[in-house]
Design a protein around this ligand. Structure first.
Ligand code: PLP
Length: 457
Protein backbone atom coordinates (compact mmCIF):
# COMPACT_ATOMS: atom_id res chain seq x y z
CA UNK A 1 0.00 0.00 0.00
CA UNK A 2 1.18 3.55 -0.81
CA UNK A 3 2.27 5.87 1.95
CA UNK A 4 -0.63 8.03 3.14
CA UNK A 5 0.25 11.72 2.86
CA UNK A 6 -1.27 15.21 2.66
CA UNK A 7 -0.85 14.97 -1.11
CA UNK A 8 -3.36 12.18 -1.62
CA UNK A 9 -6.74 13.14 -3.12
CA UNK A 10 -9.22 14.14 -0.43
CA UNK A 11 -11.72 11.45 -1.39
CA UNK A 12 -9.12 8.70 -0.88
CA UNK A 13 -8.15 10.06 2.53
CA UNK A 14 -11.81 10.28 3.50
CA UNK A 15 -12.50 6.72 2.40
CA UNK A 16 -9.58 5.34 4.43
CA UNK A 17 -10.59 7.51 7.38
CA UNK A 18 -14.17 6.22 7.32
CA UNK A 19 -12.98 2.64 6.90
CA UNK A 20 -10.50 2.55 9.78
CA UNK A 21 -10.81 5.53 12.08
CA UNK A 22 -13.54 5.69 14.74
CA UNK A 23 -14.05 9.36 15.60
CA UNK A 24 -15.07 10.80 18.97
CA UNK A 25 -18.65 12.12 19.26
CA UNK A 26 -19.36 11.21 15.61
CA UNK A 27 -21.77 8.84 13.87
CA UNK A 28 -19.56 6.50 11.86
CA UNK A 29 -22.24 5.89 9.23
CA UNK A 30 -22.63 9.65 8.62
CA UNK A 31 -18.90 9.97 8.27
CA UNK A 32 -18.84 7.28 5.61
CA UNK A 33 -21.50 9.17 3.64
CA UNK A 34 -20.16 12.72 3.97
CA UNK A 35 -16.44 12.28 4.57
CA UNK A 36 -14.56 14.28 7.19
CA UNK A 37 -12.88 17.55 6.38
CA UNK A 38 -9.16 16.79 6.25
CA UNK A 39 -7.05 19.44 7.98
CA UNK A 40 -3.49 19.54 6.74
CA UNK A 41 -1.77 22.61 8.22
CA UNK A 42 -2.07 25.34 10.82
CA UNK A 43 -0.44 28.73 11.31
CA UNK A 44 -1.55 31.30 13.87
CA UNK A 45 -5.37 31.25 13.79
CA UNK A 46 -5.48 29.78 10.27
CA UNK A 47 -6.03 26.19 9.18
CA UNK A 48 -5.61 24.76 5.70
CA UNK A 49 -7.57 21.75 4.49
CA UNK A 50 -6.77 19.15 1.86
CA UNK A 51 -8.63 21.19 -0.76
CA UNK A 52 -6.45 24.22 -0.06
CA UNK A 53 -9.16 26.23 1.74
CA UNK A 54 -7.94 28.74 4.33
CA UNK A 55 -10.11 28.49 7.42
CA UNK A 56 -10.30 30.78 10.47
CA UNK A 57 -10.24 28.51 13.49
CA UNK A 58 -12.75 30.16 15.80
CA UNK A 59 -12.41 27.26 18.28
CA UNK A 60 -8.61 26.97 18.76
CA UNK A 61 -8.92 23.30 17.84
CA UNK A 62 -10.95 22.07 20.79
CA UNK A 63 -10.44 25.20 22.92
CA UNK A 64 -6.78 24.38 23.31
CA UNK A 65 -4.39 25.99 20.83
CA UNK A 66 -3.99 29.11 22.96
CA UNK A 67 -0.68 30.32 21.47
CA UNK A 68 -1.83 29.56 17.92
CA UNK A 69 -0.64 26.98 15.42
CA UNK A 70 2.87 26.55 14.07
CA UNK A 71 5.11 27.69 16.92
CA UNK A 72 8.46 26.14 16.09
CA UNK A 73 9.88 26.61 19.59
CA UNK A 74 7.49 23.99 20.93
CA UNK A 75 8.63 21.41 18.39
CA UNK A 76 12.29 22.23 19.12
CA UNK A 77 11.78 21.72 22.84
CA UNK A 78 10.00 18.41 22.21
CA UNK A 79 12.83 17.17 20.03
CA UNK A 80 15.53 18.19 22.53
CA UNK A 81 13.64 16.47 25.36
CA UNK A 82 13.09 13.30 23.32
CA UNK A 83 16.80 13.13 22.60
CA UNK A 84 17.75 13.71 26.22
CA UNK A 85 15.14 11.68 28.10
CA UNK A 86 12.18 10.54 26.05
CA UNK A 87 10.36 8.94 28.95
CA UNK A 88 10.65 8.16 32.56
CA UNK A 89 7.92 7.69 35.11
CA UNK A 90 7.19 9.58 38.28
CA UNK A 91 6.07 6.56 40.32
CA UNK A 92 7.99 4.93 43.18
CA UNK A 93 10.14 7.85 44.31
CA UNK A 94 11.55 8.86 40.93
CA UNK A 95 11.26 12.17 39.11
CA UNK A 96 12.84 14.23 36.33
CA UNK A 97 13.58 17.86 35.59
CA UNK A 98 10.69 18.65 33.19
CA UNK A 99 8.08 17.44 35.71
CA UNK A 100 9.75 19.38 38.53
CA UNK A 101 10.13 22.55 36.49
CA UNK A 102 6.55 22.52 35.21
CA UNK A 103 5.01 21.84 38.63
CA UNK A 104 7.09 24.66 40.11
CA UNK A 105 5.92 27.06 37.39
CA UNK A 106 2.26 26.05 37.72
CA UNK A 107 2.45 26.54 41.49
CA UNK A 108 3.88 30.02 40.89
CA UNK A 109 1.07 30.95 38.50
CA UNK A 110 -1.84 29.43 40.44
CA UNK A 111 -3.53 31.65 43.02
CA UNK A 112 -3.61 31.15 46.79
CA UNK A 113 -2.14 27.98 48.23
CA UNK A 114 -2.66 25.86 45.12
CA UNK A 115 0.95 24.69 45.26
CA UNK A 116 0.90 21.04 44.20
CA UNK A 117 0.37 19.37 40.83
CA UNK A 118 -0.82 15.82 40.18
CA UNK A 119 -0.24 15.14 36.50
CA UNK A 120 -2.55 13.37 34.09
CA UNK A 121 -2.65 12.91 30.33
CA UNK A 122 -5.88 14.85 29.77
CA UNK A 123 -8.67 16.80 31.42
CA UNK A 124 -10.81 13.68 31.77
CA UNK A 125 -8.05 11.80 33.54
CA UNK A 126 -7.42 14.77 35.81
CA UNK A 127 -11.08 14.81 36.83
CA UNK A 128 -10.91 11.08 37.53
CA UNK A 129 -7.95 11.90 39.76
CA UNK A 130 -10.06 14.54 41.49
CA UNK A 131 -12.77 12.02 42.36
CA UNK A 132 -10.20 9.71 43.91
CA UNK A 133 -8.32 12.56 45.57
CA UNK A 134 -11.25 14.18 47.36
CA UNK A 135 -12.59 10.80 48.52
CA UNK A 136 -9.14 9.82 49.76
CA UNK A 137 -8.85 13.17 51.53
CA UNK A 138 -12.05 12.62 53.49
CA UNK A 139 -11.07 9.00 54.25
CA UNK A 140 -7.82 10.19 55.77
CA UNK A 141 -9.71 12.88 57.69
CA UNK A 142 -11.79 10.11 59.27
CA UNK A 143 -14.95 11.00 57.35
CA UNK A 144 -15.23 8.19 54.78
CA UNK A 145 -18.97 8.73 54.42
CA UNK A 146 -18.23 12.07 52.74
CA UNK A 147 -17.99 10.70 49.23
CA UNK A 148 -20.73 12.35 47.12
CA UNK A 149 -19.70 14.91 44.54
CA UNK A 150 -22.22 17.48 43.38
CA UNK A 151 -21.97 18.71 39.83
CA UNK A 152 -24.27 20.41 37.30
CA UNK A 153 -26.56 19.42 34.49
CA UNK A 154 -25.07 20.44 31.17
CA UNK A 155 -21.60 20.73 32.74
CA UNK A 156 -18.74 18.99 30.92
CA UNK A 157 -15.87 17.33 32.73
CA UNK A 158 -14.61 14.80 30.20
CA UNK A 159 -15.47 11.49 28.68
CA UNK A 160 -13.99 8.77 30.92
CA UNK A 161 -16.35 6.94 33.30
CA UNK A 162 -15.49 9.45 36.02
CA UNK A 163 -15.34 12.57 33.87
CA UNK A 164 -18.51 11.66 31.97
CA UNK A 165 -20.29 11.03 35.27
CA UNK A 166 -19.23 14.36 36.73
CA UNK A 167 -20.48 15.99 33.56
CA UNK A 168 -24.19 16.51 33.22
CA UNK A 169 -24.64 15.71 29.53
CA UNK A 170 -27.83 13.72 28.98
CA UNK A 171 -26.72 12.18 25.65
CA UNK A 172 -23.59 10.86 27.37
CA UNK A 173 -25.52 9.52 30.35
CA UNK A 174 -27.80 7.67 27.96
CA UNK A 175 -24.92 5.43 26.86
CA UNK A 176 -22.77 3.06 28.89
CA UNK A 177 -24.36 3.22 32.33
CA UNK A 178 -23.36 6.73 33.42
CA UNK A 179 -23.28 8.35 35.89
CA UNK A 180 -21.40 6.13 38.32
CA UNK A 181 -22.81 6.09 41.87
CA UNK A 182 -22.00 8.94 44.24
CA UNK A 183 -22.33 11.79 41.78
CA UNK A 184 -25.43 13.99 41.70
CA UNK A 185 -26.35 16.97 39.54
CA UNK A 186 -28.09 20.26 40.19
CA UNK A 187 -29.37 22.77 37.62
CA UNK A 188 -27.06 25.07 35.68
CA UNK A 189 -26.94 28.89 35.99
CA UNK A 190 -28.21 29.45 32.43
CA UNK A 191 -30.28 32.62 32.72
CA UNK A 192 -31.06 33.22 29.02
CA UNK A 193 -32.45 29.72 28.58
CA UNK A 194 -33.92 28.96 31.99
CA UNK A 195 -34.21 32.23 33.92
CA UNK A 196 -37.92 32.86 33.29
CA UNK A 197 -39.07 36.16 34.80
CA UNK A 198 -36.20 36.50 37.25
CA UNK A 199 -33.46 39.08 36.83
CA UNK A 200 -30.03 37.63 36.11
CA UNK A 201 -28.90 38.37 39.66
CA UNK A 202 -31.95 36.76 41.24
CA UNK A 203 -31.55 33.73 39.06
CA UNK A 204 -27.85 33.37 39.91
CA UNK A 205 -28.74 33.26 43.60
CA UNK A 206 -31.62 30.85 43.02
CA UNK A 207 -29.44 28.39 41.10
CA UNK A 208 -26.67 28.64 43.71
CA UNK A 209 -29.25 27.95 46.41
CA UNK A 210 -29.94 24.61 44.71
CA UNK A 211 -26.50 23.59 45.91
CA UNK A 212 -27.45 24.32 49.50
CA UNK A 213 -30.76 22.50 49.10
CA UNK A 214 -29.00 19.46 47.65
CA UNK A 215 -26.40 19.45 50.43
CA UNK A 216 -29.15 19.54 53.06
CA UNK A 217 -31.14 16.84 51.27
CA UNK A 218 -28.13 14.51 51.10
CA UNK A 219 -26.77 15.48 54.51
CA UNK A 220 -23.68 17.73 54.62
CA UNK A 221 -21.68 14.92 56.26
CA UNK A 222 -22.04 12.90 53.03
CA UNK A 223 -20.88 15.55 50.57
CA UNK A 224 -17.21 15.58 49.57
CA UNK A 225 -17.04 18.28 46.93
CA UNK A 226 -18.73 20.49 44.38
CA UNK A 227 -17.27 20.76 40.88
CA UNK A 228 -18.02 23.38 38.22
CA UNK A 229 -16.48 25.14 35.26
CA UNK A 230 -16.13 28.89 35.91
CA UNK A 231 -17.86 29.30 32.52
CA UNK A 232 -19.53 26.18 31.09
CA UNK A 233 -17.74 25.63 27.81
CA UNK A 234 -19.05 22.55 26.00
CA UNK A 235 -22.50 23.28 27.47
CA UNK A 236 -22.68 26.36 25.24
CA UNK A 237 -20.36 29.02 26.78
CA UNK A 238 -22.78 29.75 29.57
CA UNK A 239 -21.57 32.74 31.54
CA UNK A 240 -23.11 32.60 35.02
CA UNK A 241 -24.81 35.66 36.55
CA UNK A 242 -22.46 37.75 38.71
CA UNK A 243 -24.21 36.60 41.88
CA UNK A 244 -23.65 32.89 41.24
CA UNK A 245 -20.04 32.09 42.13
CA UNK A 246 -19.81 34.19 45.32
CA UNK A 247 -22.86 32.37 46.64
CA UNK A 248 -21.50 28.94 45.63
CA UNK A 249 -18.27 29.82 47.39
CA UNK A 250 -20.15 30.86 50.54
CA UNK A 251 -22.20 27.66 50.60
CA UNK A 252 -19.17 25.39 50.14
CA UNK A 253 -17.42 27.21 52.94
CA UNK A 254 -20.43 27.04 55.24
CA UNK A 255 -20.67 23.23 54.95
CA UNK A 256 -16.94 22.54 54.72
CA UNK A 257 -17.27 21.15 51.20
CA UNK A 258 -14.33 21.11 48.83
CA UNK A 259 -14.62 23.28 45.74
CA UNK A 260 -13.16 22.06 42.46
CA UNK A 261 -12.89 24.56 39.60
CA UNK A 262 -12.61 22.78 36.27
CA UNK A 263 -10.30 25.16 34.42
CA UNK A 264 -9.62 22.90 31.45
CA UNK A 265 -10.99 25.55 29.09
CA UNK A 266 -10.83 28.69 31.24
CA UNK A 267 -7.21 28.17 32.35
CA UNK A 268 -4.13 29.74 30.81
CA UNK A 269 -5.48 33.03 29.60
CA UNK A 270 -8.82 32.28 27.97
CA UNK A 271 -10.83 34.70 30.17
CA UNK A 272 -8.19 37.45 30.37
CA UNK A 273 -6.49 36.12 33.52
CA UNK A 274 -4.31 33.07 34.03
CA UNK A 275 -7.35 31.28 35.46
CA UNK A 276 -11.11 31.74 35.18
CA UNK A 277 -11.28 31.48 38.98
CA UNK A 278 -9.47 34.81 39.14
CA UNK A 279 -11.95 36.37 36.71
CA UNK A 280 -14.89 35.23 38.88
CA UNK A 281 -13.28 35.56 42.34
CA UNK A 282 -13.47 31.80 43.05
CA UNK A 283 -11.06 30.31 45.60
CA UNK A 284 -11.02 26.58 44.78
CA UNK A 285 -9.26 23.78 46.68
CA UNK A 286 -8.46 22.01 43.41
CA UNK A 287 -8.26 23.16 39.79
CA UNK A 288 -8.47 20.81 36.82
CA UNK A 289 -6.15 21.84 33.99
CA UNK A 290 -5.32 20.54 30.48
CA UNK A 291 -5.74 22.02 26.95
CA UNK A 292 -4.12 25.51 27.18
CA UNK A 293 -1.46 24.12 29.53
CA UNK A 294 0.41 22.93 26.44
CA UNK A 295 -1.72 24.79 23.87
CA UNK A 296 -2.57 21.31 22.61
CA UNK A 297 0.98 20.71 21.34
CA UNK A 298 1.29 17.71 23.67
CA UNK A 299 -1.36 15.79 25.60
CA UNK A 300 -1.10 16.76 29.24
CA UNK A 301 -3.47 17.63 32.07
CA UNK A 302 -3.44 17.73 35.81
CA UNK A 303 -4.94 18.76 39.11
CA UNK A 304 -3.57 21.75 40.98
CA UNK A 305 -4.10 20.93 44.63
CA UNK A 306 -4.07 23.13 47.74
CA UNK A 307 -1.62 22.61 50.61
CA UNK A 308 -4.17 21.11 53.00
CA UNK A 309 -5.29 18.33 50.61
CA UNK A 310 -1.81 17.56 49.28
CA UNK A 311 -0.34 17.40 52.78
CA UNK A 312 -3.20 15.35 54.21
CA UNK A 313 -3.20 12.80 51.39
CA UNK A 314 0.59 12.79 51.10
CA UNK A 315 1.01 12.30 54.83
CA UNK A 316 -1.09 9.13 54.95
CA UNK A 317 0.94 6.62 52.97
CA UNK A 318 0.71 5.81 49.28
CA UNK A 319 -2.06 7.43 47.24
CA UNK A 320 -2.75 4.40 45.06
CA UNK A 321 -3.37 6.23 41.84
CA UNK A 322 -1.39 7.42 38.80
CA UNK A 323 -0.93 7.13 35.06
CA UNK A 324 2.02 5.87 33.01
CA UNK A 325 2.18 9.30 31.43
CA UNK A 326 1.74 11.36 34.64
CA UNK A 327 4.31 14.13 34.17
CA UNK A 328 5.53 12.79 30.82
CA UNK A 329 8.88 14.53 30.23
CA UNK A 330 8.24 15.58 26.63
CA UNK A 331 4.72 16.86 27.37
CA UNK A 332 5.99 18.65 30.49
CA UNK A 333 8.83 20.33 28.62
CA UNK A 334 6.44 21.45 25.88
CA UNK A 335 3.95 22.78 28.44
CA UNK A 336 6.68 24.73 30.22
CA UNK A 337 7.79 26.32 26.97
CA UNK A 338 4.16 27.13 26.17
CA UNK A 339 3.78 28.91 29.52
CA UNK A 340 6.99 30.83 28.79
CA UNK A 341 5.51 32.00 25.48
CA UNK A 342 2.23 33.06 27.11
CA UNK A 343 4.07 34.95 29.82
CA UNK A 344 6.92 36.54 27.89
CA UNK A 345 4.81 37.56 24.92
CA UNK A 346 2.16 39.16 27.14
CA UNK A 347 -0.56 37.00 25.59
CA UNK A 348 -2.94 37.46 28.51
CA UNK A 349 -2.67 41.25 28.20
CA UNK A 350 -3.31 40.78 24.50
CA UNK A 351 -6.50 38.82 25.32
CA UNK A 352 -7.73 41.70 27.50
CA UNK A 353 -6.86 44.30 24.89
CA UNK A 354 -8.26 42.54 21.87
CA UNK A 355 -11.34 41.16 23.62
CA UNK A 356 -12.46 44.46 25.14
CA UNK A 357 -13.56 46.49 23.42
CA UNK A 358 -12.54 45.25 19.93
CA UNK A 359 -14.15 41.81 19.75
CA UNK A 360 -16.73 42.58 22.46
CA UNK A 361 -18.24 45.44 20.44
CA UNK A 362 -18.38 43.44 17.23
CA UNK A 363 -19.72 40.34 18.96
CA UNK A 364 -22.42 42.31 20.77
CA UNK A 365 -23.39 43.96 17.49
CA UNK A 366 -24.49 40.52 16.24
CA UNK A 367 -27.50 40.99 18.51
CA UNK A 368 -28.94 43.20 15.75
CA UNK A 369 -29.29 40.06 13.60
CA UNK A 370 -32.93 38.93 13.50
CA UNK A 371 -32.07 35.41 14.66
CA UNK A 372 -29.63 36.30 17.46
CA UNK A 373 -30.77 36.66 21.08
CA UNK A 374 -28.01 37.26 23.61
CA UNK A 375 -24.36 37.58 22.57
CA UNK A 376 -22.01 36.89 25.50
CA UNK A 377 -18.27 37.29 25.68
CA UNK A 378 -15.71 36.91 28.46
CA UNK A 379 -12.12 37.27 27.32
CA UNK A 380 -11.90 35.21 24.15
CA UNK A 381 -14.80 32.90 24.91
CA UNK A 382 -18.12 33.82 23.34
CA UNK A 383 -21.57 32.52 22.57
CA UNK A 384 -24.72 33.63 20.81
CA UNK A 385 -28.19 32.23 21.34
CA UNK A 386 -30.22 31.65 18.20
CA UNK A 387 -33.90 32.35 18.68
CA UNK A 388 -37.13 32.75 16.71
CA UNK A 389 -38.23 35.54 19.10
CA UNK A 390 -35.66 37.51 21.07
CA UNK A 391 -38.13 39.47 23.18
CA UNK A 392 -39.44 36.23 24.69
CA UNK A 393 -36.02 34.51 24.71
CA UNK A 394 -37.85 31.74 22.87
CA UNK A 395 -36.37 28.47 21.66
CA UNK A 396 -36.96 26.95 18.26
CA UNK A 397 -39.68 24.38 18.76
CA UNK A 398 -39.99 22.31 15.62
CA UNK A 399 -36.40 22.84 14.49
CA UNK A 400 -34.63 22.61 17.90
CA UNK A 401 -30.91 22.06 17.46
CA UNK A 402 -31.10 21.98 13.68
CA UNK A 403 -30.81 25.76 13.30
CA UNK A 404 -27.51 25.66 15.19
CA UNK A 405 -26.33 22.69 13.14
CA UNK A 406 -27.27 24.41 9.90
CA UNK A 407 -25.48 27.57 11.01
CA UNK A 408 -22.37 25.56 11.85
CA UNK A 409 -22.49 23.99 8.41
CA UNK A 410 -22.80 27.42 6.79
CA UNK A 411 -19.77 28.52 8.83
CA UNK A 412 -17.87 25.46 7.62
CA UNK A 413 -18.78 26.29 4.03
CA UNK A 414 -17.63 29.88 4.62
CA UNK A 415 -14.29 28.72 6.04
CA UNK A 416 -14.93 29.55 9.66
CA UNK A 417 -14.86 27.02 12.47
CA UNK A 418 -17.63 27.99 14.88
CA UNK A 419 -19.23 25.25 16.93
CA UNK A 420 -22.88 24.80 17.82
CA UNK A 421 -24.36 23.45 21.03
CA UNK A 422 -28.02 22.96 20.23
CA UNK A 423 -29.04 26.41 19.05
CA UNK A 424 -26.13 28.26 20.65
CA UNK A 425 -23.11 29.16 18.53
CA UNK A 426 -19.78 29.38 20.33
CA UNK A 427 -16.27 30.67 19.72
CA UNK A 428 -12.93 30.38 21.52
CA UNK A 429 -10.24 31.37 19.00
CA UNK A 430 -6.49 31.12 19.60
CA UNK A 431 -5.52 33.83 22.09
CA UNK A 432 -3.15 35.41 19.56
CA UNK A 433 -5.95 36.44 17.20
CA UNK A 434 -5.34 39.91 15.71
CA UNK A 435 -7.94 42.64 15.16
CA UNK A 436 -7.91 42.15 11.37
CA UNK A 437 -8.51 38.42 11.91
CA UNK A 438 -11.40 39.24 14.23
CA UNK A 439 -12.86 41.25 11.34
CA UNK A 440 -12.71 38.17 9.10
CA UNK A 441 -14.25 36.01 11.83
CA UNK A 442 -17.14 38.41 12.34
CA UNK A 443 -17.74 38.90 8.62
CA UNK A 444 -17.88 35.13 8.03
CA UNK A 445 -20.06 34.61 11.11
CA UNK A 446 -22.56 37.22 9.91
CA UNK A 447 -22.66 35.79 6.41
CA UNK A 448 -23.28 32.31 7.82
CA UNK A 449 -26.04 33.61 10.11
CA UNK A 450 -27.71 35.31 7.13
CA UNK A 451 -27.58 32.15 5.06
CA UNK A 452 -28.89 30.03 7.90
CA UNK A 453 -31.68 32.54 8.60
CA UNK A 454 -32.67 32.40 4.94
CA UNK A 455 -33.25 28.65 5.40
CA UNK A 456 -35.71 29.04 8.30
CA UNK A 457 -39.08 27.47 7.60
N1 PLP B 1 -13.20 19.58 31.55
C1 PLP B 1 -13.63 20.54 30.73
C2 PLP B 1 -14.19 21.80 31.29
C3 PLP B 1 -13.54 20.37 29.35
O1 PLP B 1 -14.00 21.31 28.52
C4 PLP B 1 -12.96 19.19 28.85
C5 PLP B 1 -12.85 18.97 27.40
O2 PLP B 1 -13.40 19.68 26.59
C6 PLP B 1 -12.55 18.22 29.76
C7 PLP B 1 -12.66 18.45 31.10
C8 PLP B 1 -11.97 16.93 29.27
O3 PLP B 1 -10.69 17.12 28.80
P1 PLP B 1 -10.06 16.02 27.79
O4 PLP B 1 -10.85 16.05 26.56
O5 PLP B 1 -8.64 16.51 27.66
O6 PLP B 1 -10.12 14.72 28.49
Amino acid sequence: MNKITNHMPTAELQALDAAHHMHPFTAGAELAKKGARVITQGKGVWLTDSEGNRIVDGMAGLWCVNVGYGRHELGEVAKRQMDELCYYNTFFQTTHVPAIALATKIAELAPGDLNHVFYAGSGSEANDTNIRLVRRYWDVKGQPERHIIISRKNGYHGSTMGGGSLGGMTPMHQQGGLPIPGIVHINQPYWWGEGGDMTEDEFGLARAKELEDKILELGPEKVAAFIGEPIQGAGGVIVPPATYWPEIQRICQKYGILLIADEVITGFGRTGNWFGSQTFGIRPHIMTIAKGLSSGYAPIGGSIVCDEIAETVGGAGDFNHGYTYSGHPVASAVALENLRIIEEEGIIDHVRNVAHPYLAERWKALEDHPMVGEAKLVGLMGSIALTPDKARRAKFASEAGTVGLRTRERCFANNLVMRHVGDRMIIAPPLVIKPEEIDVLIERARKSLDESYAGLK
